[in-house]
Design a protein around this ligand. Structure first.
Ligand SMILES: C[C@](O)(C(=O)O)[C@H](CC(=O)O)C(=O)O
Ligand SMILES: [Mg+2]
Length: 297
Protein backbone atom coordinates (compact mmCIF):
# COMPACT_ATOMS: atom_id res chain seq x y z
CA UNK A 1 0.00 0.00 0.00
CA UNK A 2 1.36 3.44 -0.87
CA UNK A 3 2.15 5.51 2.20
CA UNK A 4 -0.06 8.60 2.56
CA UNK A 5 1.37 11.91 1.38
CA UNK A 6 3.05 13.76 4.25
CA UNK A 7 1.75 17.10 5.46
CA UNK A 8 4.87 18.75 4.04
CA UNK A 9 4.33 17.15 0.65
CA UNK A 10 0.68 18.27 0.70
CA UNK A 11 1.72 21.82 1.51
CA UNK A 12 4.22 21.85 -1.36
CA UNK A 13 1.61 20.43 -3.72
CA UNK A 14 -0.89 23.13 -2.73
CA UNK A 15 1.73 25.79 -3.54
CA UNK A 16 2.25 24.19 -6.96
CA UNK A 17 -1.42 23.77 -7.75
CA UNK A 18 -2.92 27.09 -6.69
CA UNK A 19 -1.11 30.21 -7.85
CA UNK A 20 -0.86 32.20 -5.73
CA UNK A 21 -1.96 29.94 -2.89
CA UNK A 22 -4.39 31.64 -0.50
CA UNK A 23 -3.57 30.54 3.04
CA UNK A 24 -6.38 30.97 5.57
CA UNK A 25 -5.67 31.72 9.20
CA UNK A 26 -7.60 29.35 11.47
CA UNK A 27 -7.39 30.19 15.15
CA UNK A 28 -8.88 26.87 16.19
CA UNK A 29 -10.07 23.54 14.83
CA UNK A 30 -13.59 24.73 14.13
CA UNK A 31 -12.28 27.68 12.10
CA UNK A 32 -10.22 25.19 10.12
CA UNK A 33 -13.43 23.37 9.18
CA UNK A 34 -15.03 26.65 8.10
CA UNK A 35 -12.03 27.61 5.97
CA UNK A 36 -12.05 24.21 4.29
CA UNK A 37 -15.75 24.60 3.45
CA UNK A 38 -15.01 28.01 1.92
CA UNK A 39 -12.63 26.25 -0.48
CA UNK A 40 -9.20 27.09 0.93
CA UNK A 41 -6.44 24.60 0.12
CA UNK A 42 -4.09 25.47 2.99
CA UNK A 43 -4.36 26.71 6.56
CA UNK A 44 -2.30 28.87 8.89
CA UNK A 45 -1.88 28.85 12.63
CA UNK A 46 -0.94 32.38 13.65
CA UNK A 47 1.40 33.03 16.57
CA UNK A 48 -0.61 36.13 17.36
CA UNK A 49 -3.75 34.00 17.10
CA UNK A 50 -2.49 31.43 19.62
CA UNK A 51 -1.42 34.22 21.97
CA UNK A 52 -4.55 36.38 21.56
CA UNK A 53 -7.30 33.81 21.14
CA UNK A 54 -6.09 30.78 23.09
CA UNK A 55 -4.31 32.66 25.90
CA UNK A 56 -5.57 36.27 25.91
CA UNK A 57 -1.97 37.55 25.61
CA UNK A 58 -0.43 40.04 23.20
CA UNK A 59 1.84 38.81 20.40
CA UNK A 60 5.13 39.42 22.22
CA UNK A 61 6.78 36.02 22.32
CA UNK A 62 5.00 34.93 25.50
CA UNK A 63 3.55 31.67 24.19
CA UNK A 64 5.78 28.67 23.65
CA UNK A 65 6.16 25.45 21.68
CA UNK A 66 3.78 23.42 23.85
CA UNK A 67 1.03 26.06 23.54
CA UNK A 68 1.31 26.13 19.76
CA UNK A 69 1.71 22.36 19.39
CA UNK A 70 -1.59 21.78 21.18
CA UNK A 71 -3.44 23.99 18.69
CA UNK A 72 -1.63 22.32 15.77
CA UNK A 73 -2.71 18.87 16.97
CA UNK A 74 -6.32 19.96 17.29
CA UNK A 75 -6.42 21.45 13.81
CA UNK A 76 -4.53 18.61 12.12
CA UNK A 77 -6.81 16.10 13.81
CA UNK A 78 -9.92 17.37 12.02
CA UNK A 79 -8.64 19.00 8.83
CA UNK A 80 -6.99 17.33 5.85
CA UNK A 81 -5.61 20.68 4.69
CA UNK A 82 -1.86 21.25 5.05
CA UNK A 83 -1.01 23.66 7.84
CA UNK A 84 1.63 26.41 7.97
CA UNK A 85 2.60 27.23 11.56
CA UNK A 86 4.09 30.42 12.96
CA UNK A 87 6.98 29.44 15.26
CA UNK A 88 8.17 33.02 15.91
CA UNK A 89 11.93 32.76 16.57
CA UNK A 90 11.86 28.99 17.11
CA UNK A 91 11.82 29.52 20.89
CA UNK A 92 15.50 29.30 21.69
CA UNK A 93 18.83 28.08 20.39
CA UNK A 94 19.63 25.42 17.81
CA UNK A 95 18.44 22.50 19.94
CA UNK A 96 15.20 24.26 20.85
CA UNK A 97 14.55 25.00 17.19
CA UNK A 98 15.27 21.36 16.32
CA UNK A 99 12.84 20.23 18.99
CA UNK A 100 10.18 22.64 17.67
CA UNK A 101 10.51 21.17 14.17
CA UNK A 102 10.29 17.55 15.33
CA UNK A 103 7.42 18.23 17.71
CA UNK A 104 5.36 20.18 15.18
CA UNK A 105 5.97 17.56 12.49
CA UNK A 106 4.57 14.96 14.89
CA UNK A 107 1.67 17.28 15.71
CA UNK A 108 0.72 17.33 12.02
CA UNK A 109 2.14 20.59 10.65
CA UNK A 110 3.34 20.68 7.01
CA UNK A 111 5.31 23.92 7.18
CA UNK A 112 6.64 26.45 9.68
CA UNK A 113 7.94 29.98 9.46
CA UNK A 114 10.86 31.13 11.53
CA UNK A 115 11.76 34.81 11.84
CA UNK A 116 14.88 36.92 12.26
CA UNK A 117 13.71 38.98 15.21
CA UNK A 118 15.31 38.74 18.65
CA UNK A 119 13.67 36.32 21.09
CA UNK A 120 11.68 39.15 22.70
CA UNK A 121 9.83 39.51 19.41
CA UNK A 122 7.03 41.85 18.45
CA UNK A 123 4.26 41.81 15.91
CA UNK A 124 5.80 42.37 12.49
CA UNK A 125 3.67 45.44 11.88
CA UNK A 126 4.65 47.29 15.07
CA UNK A 127 7.51 49.74 15.53
CA UNK A 128 10.53 48.88 17.68
CA UNK A 129 11.36 45.46 16.22
CA UNK A 130 14.97 44.35 16.83
CA UNK A 131 16.67 41.77 14.62
CA UNK A 132 19.41 39.23 15.11
CA UNK A 133 22.31 39.38 12.65
CA UNK A 134 21.88 37.66 9.29
CA UNK A 135 24.44 35.03 10.32
CA UNK A 136 22.58 34.23 13.53
CA UNK A 137 19.40 33.77 11.49
CA UNK A 138 21.32 31.58 9.03
CA UNK A 139 22.19 29.36 12.00
CA UNK A 140 18.50 29.20 12.96
CA UNK A 141 17.55 28.14 9.44
CA UNK A 142 20.30 25.50 9.34
CA UNK A 143 19.18 24.11 12.68
CA UNK A 144 15.59 23.87 11.42
CA UNK A 145 16.50 22.28 8.08
CA UNK A 146 18.83 19.78 9.73
CA UNK A 147 16.19 18.72 12.25
CA UNK A 148 13.28 17.92 9.95
CA UNK A 149 12.40 14.25 9.94
CA UNK A 150 10.53 14.64 6.63
CA UNK A 151 12.54 16.24 3.80
CA UNK A 152 9.27 17.56 2.32
CA UNK A 153 8.45 19.50 5.50
CA UNK A 154 8.67 23.19 4.58
CA UNK A 155 11.00 25.56 6.40
CA UNK A 156 9.98 29.11 5.53
CA UNK A 157 12.29 31.94 6.63
CA UNK A 158 10.67 35.21 7.53
CA UNK A 159 12.55 38.45 7.38
CA UNK A 160 11.38 41.45 9.37
CA UNK A 161 14.30 43.55 8.06
CA UNK A 162 12.46 45.79 5.59
CA UNK A 163 11.24 48.23 8.25
CA UNK A 164 14.61 48.84 9.91
CA UNK A 165 17.25 47.96 7.31
CA UNK A 166 15.53 48.73 4.00
CA UNK A 167 14.73 46.74 0.89
CA UNK A 168 18.23 45.88 -0.27
CA UNK A 169 19.28 44.52 3.12
CA UNK A 170 16.03 42.59 3.49
CA UNK A 171 16.49 40.98 0.08
CA UNK A 172 20.10 40.22 0.88
CA UNK A 173 19.02 38.49 4.08
CA UNK A 174 16.36 36.51 2.18
CA UNK A 175 19.03 35.29 -0.26
CA UNK A 176 21.27 34.15 2.59
CA UNK A 177 18.40 32.31 4.25
CA UNK A 178 17.67 30.49 0.99
CA UNK A 179 21.34 29.53 0.67
CA UNK A 180 21.11 28.15 4.20
CA UNK A 181 18.28 25.87 3.05
CA UNK A 182 15.04 27.84 3.50
CA UNK A 183 12.39 26.46 1.14
CA UNK A 184 10.29 29.60 1.03
CA UNK A 185 10.54 33.26 2.08
CA UNK A 186 8.08 35.30 4.14
CA UNK A 187 8.56 38.97 3.33
CA UNK A 188 7.14 40.79 6.35
CA UNK A 189 5.53 44.24 6.52
CA UNK A 190 6.02 45.05 2.85
CA UNK A 191 4.44 48.36 1.84
CA UNK A 192 4.62 48.40 -1.99
CA UNK A 193 3.87 45.92 -4.73
CA UNK A 194 7.21 46.71 -6.35
CA UNK A 195 8.98 45.58 -3.20
CA UNK A 196 7.34 42.17 -3.56
CA UNK A 197 8.45 42.18 -7.19
CA UNK A 198 12.03 42.83 -6.04
CA UNK A 199 11.88 39.93 -3.56
CA UNK A 200 10.40 37.47 -6.03
CA UNK A 201 12.97 38.39 -8.69
CA UNK A 202 15.86 38.03 -6.26
CA UNK A 203 15.11 34.61 -4.80
CA UNK A 204 14.14 31.50 -6.73
CA UNK A 205 11.91 30.02 -4.03
CA UNK A 206 8.23 30.86 -3.39
CA UNK A 207 7.63 34.16 -1.58
CA UNK A 208 4.73 34.74 0.81
CA UNK A 209 2.85 38.02 1.26
CA UNK A 210 1.24 38.61 4.65
CA UNK A 211 -1.99 40.49 4.00
CA UNK A 212 -2.93 41.15 7.60
CA UNK A 213 -5.45 43.92 8.27
CA UNK A 214 -4.70 47.21 10.01
CA UNK A 215 -0.95 46.77 9.54
CA UNK A 216 1.72 48.21 7.26
CA UNK A 217 0.82 46.24 4.16
CA UNK A 218 -1.99 47.55 1.94
CA UNK A 219 -4.74 45.02 1.22
CA UNK A 220 -3.39 44.00 -2.18
CA UNK A 221 -5.58 41.55 -4.10
CA UNK A 222 -4.51 38.07 -4.97
CA UNK A 223 -4.32 39.15 -8.64
CA UNK A 224 -2.03 42.08 -7.84
CA UNK A 225 0.22 39.90 -5.71
CA UNK A 226 0.28 37.17 -8.35
CA UNK A 227 1.40 39.69 -10.94
CA UNK A 228 4.28 40.63 -8.63
CA UNK A 229 5.38 36.99 -8.57
CA UNK A 230 4.07 36.25 -5.07
CA UNK A 231 3.25 32.55 -4.61
CA UNK A 232 1.47 32.49 -1.23
CA UNK A 233 -0.98 35.04 0.17
CA UNK A 234 -1.66 34.88 3.90
CA UNK A 235 -4.75 36.07 5.79
CA UNK A 236 -3.58 35.30 9.32
CA UNK A 237 -6.29 36.81 11.52
CA UNK A 238 -9.09 37.98 9.20
CA UNK A 239 -11.74 35.55 10.46
CA UNK A 240 -10.62 35.99 14.08
CA UNK A 241 -11.04 39.76 13.85
CA UNK A 242 -14.53 39.30 12.40
CA UNK A 243 -15.51 36.73 15.03
CA UNK A 244 -14.30 39.04 17.77
CA UNK A 245 -16.37 41.91 16.45
CA UNK A 246 -19.45 39.69 16.19
CA UNK A 247 -18.92 38.40 19.74
CA UNK A 248 -18.64 41.94 21.09
CA UNK A 249 -21.95 42.83 19.50
CA UNK A 250 -23.68 39.72 20.88
CA UNK A 251 -22.37 40.19 24.42
CA UNK A 252 -23.38 43.86 24.37
CA UNK A 253 -26.87 43.11 23.04
CA UNK A 254 -27.61 40.44 25.65
CA UNK A 255 -26.53 42.78 28.46
CA UNK A 256 -28.40 45.69 26.97
CA UNK A 257 -31.65 44.05 25.89
CA UNK A 258 -31.91 41.14 28.28
CA UNK A 259 -32.39 38.88 25.26
CA UNK A 260 -30.44 37.77 22.21
CA UNK A 261 -33.42 38.13 19.84
CA UNK A 262 -31.96 41.15 18.04
CA UNK A 263 -28.68 39.44 17.24
CA UNK A 264 -29.90 35.99 16.18
CA UNK A 265 -29.30 36.89 12.54
CA UNK A 266 -25.60 37.27 13.21
CA UNK A 267 -25.38 33.72 14.59
CA UNK A 268 -24.69 30.47 12.84
CA UNK A 269 -27.70 28.21 13.51
CA UNK A 270 -27.56 24.83 15.23
CA UNK A 271 -28.22 23.11 11.91
CA UNK A 272 -25.38 24.99 10.26
CA UNK A 273 -23.06 24.11 13.12
CA UNK A 274 -23.97 20.45 12.83
CA UNK A 275 -23.44 20.51 9.08
CA UNK A 276 -19.90 21.87 9.56
CA UNK A 277 -19.11 19.28 12.23
CA UNK A 278 -20.68 16.36 10.36
CA UNK A 279 -22.69 15.80 13.53
CA UNK A 280 -25.20 13.46 11.96
CA UNK A 281 -22.47 11.19 10.59
CA UNK A 282 -21.13 10.81 14.10
CA UNK A 283 -24.61 9.91 15.35
CA UNK A 284 -25.11 7.40 12.55
CA UNK A 285 -21.80 5.82 13.48
CA UNK A 286 -23.00 5.43 17.07
CA UNK A 287 -26.20 3.84 15.86
CA UNK A 288 -24.27 1.42 13.65
CA UNK A 289 -21.93 0.48 16.44
CA UNK A 290 -24.37 0.10 19.26
CA UNK A 291 -27.88 -0.57 17.97
CA UNK A 292 -28.81 -4.16 18.74
CA UNK A 293 -31.05 -6.22 16.49
CA UNK A 294 -34.51 -6.21 17.97
CA UNK A 295 -33.32 -4.12 20.87
CA UNK A 296 -34.50 -0.74 22.04
CA UNK A 297 -32.03 0.97 19.69
C1 LIG B 1 1.55 36.92 10.78
C2 LIG B 1 1.74 37.19 12.24
O1 LIG B 1 3.07 36.86 12.59
C3 LIG B 1 0.84 36.27 13.07
O2 LIG B 1 1.26 35.91 14.19
O3 LIG B 1 -0.27 35.99 12.63
C4 LIG B 1 1.40 38.65 12.64
C5 LIG B 1 0.04 39.11 12.16
C6 LIG B 1 -0.47 40.41 12.75
O4 LIG B 1 -0.09 40.78 13.87
O5 LIG B 1 -1.33 41.01 12.12
C7 LIG B 1 2.52 39.55 12.13
O6 LIG B 1 2.46 40.01 10.99
O7 LIG B 1 3.49 39.77 12.89
MG1 LIG C 1 3.40 35.92 14.32
Amino acid sequence: MASPESAGARFRRAVEEERPLQVAGAINAYSALLAERAGFRALYLSGAGVANASYGYPDLGITQLADVAEDVRRIADVSPLPLLVDIDTGWGGAFNIARSIRELTRAGAGAVHLEDQVQAKRCGHRPGKALVSASEMVDRVRAAVDARPDPAFVIMARTDALASEGLEAAIDRAGRYVEAGADMIFAEAVTELDQYRAFTRAVDVPVLANITEFGRTPLFTVEELGSAGVRLVLYPLSAFRAMSRAAEAVYAAIRRDGTQREVLDSMQTRDELYAVLGYHDYERKLDELFSRDGGEG
